[in-house]
Write a protein that binds this ligand. Structure first.
Ligand code: 3NM
Length: 251
């Protein structure tokens, strides 16, 4: 296996597994970027992490938005729904999971380990206050990716040491998507990327737009998360493509 001994994502029905393997032949992960990457999606460079945030999307917009993110080259899609009950989030996850699977892209559920497990999602994302990795791992299983939000270099290193598969690092700038947090700025980006980022993917997050992406990349970032800048774009697929092209050009 090229993914560090992990089993493939759970719940793939054969026809989807076949389709995924046709679209994404199992070439080795670019080990020069992330040695021993835990990501079981070896053909993807994992540069652009997107979030389908129900704070920005009406329910009926969910599938079109996720389709557009995928069409534009999103490498990861997270489902984030801060004010929705788990049963509704599960329903949403089940609606978009087939889209993600057909694109060979992991669907990550924010906060809710039980939802991630019940949906058969590719992973789970946890905040700083969402408990230890081991408890979440016991719920979602070994195959799922589990990421942690981090807001300082110390938190980033701690998440790596605990065994998280990836981290978010931010918010770089204050953002209405996660209100009440100061921006941490760009000064630690290069160090975190060159230390923690040698072991697991580091996705910079918070207030990132196509306009400020060049300065974030110049500060040392390689992987980013964009939420509002994509979901509020007139053409989500085109905005996503623009960002993905900038990330690919940086590598
Ligand atoms: N987490 P936008 S910042 C969901 O720093 C989230 O942990 C953050 O949204 C963190 O791209 C953030 O609209 C919001 O600024 C990112």
């Amino acid at each position: 296996m090229t993914n560090g001994g992990r089993r493939p994502p759970p719940g793939l029905v054969p026809v989807e597994a076949v389709a995924a393997s046709i679209r994404h032949p199992p070439i080795p992960h670019p080990s020069s970027v992330i040695p021993h990457s835990p990501f079981p999606y070896p053909s993807s460079p994992m540069l652009l992490y997107t979030i389908a945030d129900l704070g920005y999307l009406a329910g009926s917009d969910l599938e079109p938005a996720v389709s557009a993110l995928l069409a534009g080259g999103a490498d990861v899609v997270q489902l984030r729904a801060k004010d929705h009950p788990p049963s509704e989030i599960l329903d949403c996850a089940r609606r978009v999971l087939p889209l993600c699977r057909m694109a060979g892209v992991p669907l990550i559920v924010n906060d809710h380990a039980g939802v991630a497990r019940d949906a058969g999602a590719g992973g789970l994302h946890l905040g700083q206050d969402d408990g230890p990795l081991a408890a979440a791992r016991a719920v979602v299983g070994e195959a799922a990716l589990i990421g942690r939000s981090t807001h300082s270099p110390a938190q980033a290193a701690a998440a790596r040491d605990e065994g998280f598969d990836y981290i978010g690092f931010g918010p770089l700038y204050p953002t209405p998507t996660k209100p009440g947090r100061p921006g941490i700025g760009l000064e630690d980006v290069r160090d975190v990327e060159s230390s923690v980022g040698r072991s697991i993917p580091v996705f910079c997050i918070g207030g990132i737009t196509p306009a400020n992406l060049p300065e974030i990349l110049a500060a040392g970032a390689r992987r980013v998360v964009l939420v509002s800048a994509l979901l509020k774009a007139n053409d989500i697929a085109q905005a996503t493509r623009e960002v993905k092209d900038m990330l690919k050009a940086r590598r």
